[in-house]
Design a protein around this ligand. Structure first.
Ligand code: ADE
Length: 265
């Protein structure tokens, strides 16, 4: 996959590309990464890339001409690329989007700065705006790294173990199970015994149950959209019965009764 990042801070991308899995992905040829400096396509002695907003107000807006010139140049060399603009107004990035993007031969990621980019550039040149969450960064570069990281690890051969991208959180609407490494006891906290048993089937069973429990406790919304296995439905049923029995032992009468167990009415 080819990834081209349009930015006024191309040096920001270098450390990201020169370390860890990203570096390995580039060295193996799975990814070709390039940063293009938008300023190189700006006109005049000062190579200005931003200007004051029409209609007034604070902040600056990225001018459309340098962005358009930079993108035209990139698209000439990478004609079929999907062009994304990082923006807090974009569609919220998630694992499904990462998978969609990983299916493309090439991505062009445009990083905005200041208050944003001139809307006409975005309308004319961008296939989609992408946000990495409901907060505002000072620019799109860090957001572009987030997207690249999530996409690149899905490319065939990038992660050592082919199925480790399959196994992890959100791969199938579940959070990941807990992970442990040596020592077997850390500051009084032991590793769950089953993980030391060497019994592969029981370990897998424990991991599936732990993943389900963590998803239920932290992100129950994910389970509403998931297709549950018979084993998972049985586990949820068992927990449900256990919870009902705890609630009953406290004088409550189960989840269908009004708050307070309906005792005071
Ligand atoms: N640029 C500024 N904030 C952003 C965000 N939340 N997501 C993507 N790009 C951004």
């Amino acid at each position: 996959m080819k990834v081209v990042v349009l930015t006024i801070f191309p040096e920001l991308m270098q450390a990201f590309w020169e370390n860890g899995i990203m570096r390995r992905a580039i060295e193996s040829g799975a990814v070709a990464a390039q940063a293009v400096n938008i300023r190189d396509f700006a006109q005049g002695r000062h190579k200005v890339t931003d200007d004051r907003p029409y209609g007034g107000g604070c902040g600056m807006v990225m001018k459309p001409e340098p962005l358009a010139a930079a993108l035209r140049d990139v698209k000439q060399q990478t004609p079929g690329a999907l062009t994304l603009l990082m923006s807090p107004q974009g569609r919220c990035f998630d694992q499904a989007m990462a998978r969609e993007m990983a299916a493309h031969e090439a991505l062009v990621i445009v990083c905005g700065r200041y208050e944003g980019v001139d809307e006409r550039f975005s309308e004319q040149f961008v296939d989609g705006e992408v946000s990495i969450g409901d907060f505002v960064l000072t620019g799109g570069e860090v957001a572009a790294m987030v997207v690249m990281d999530a996409v690149v690890r899905l490319l065939p051969g990038v992660l050592g173990n082919e199925d480790s991208a399959e196994q992890d959180s959100f791969g199938h609407q579940r959070l990941d199970h807990a992970h442990y490494t040596r020592p077997p006891e850390f500051e009084g906290r032991p590793v769950p015994e089953v993980l030391l048993s060497g019994h592969h089937e029981r370990i897998s069973e424990w991991r599936r149950a732990d993943a389900l429990l963590r998803t239920f406790a932290r992100r129950p919304d994910l389970l509403h959209g998931a297709t549950l296995s018979k084993e998972e439905i049985a586990l949820l049923g068992a927990w449900h019965r256990e919870l009902e029995s705890i609630i009953r032992s406290q004088g409550g009468s189960g989840p269908d009764s009004p708050p307070g167990g309906g005792q005071e009415r």
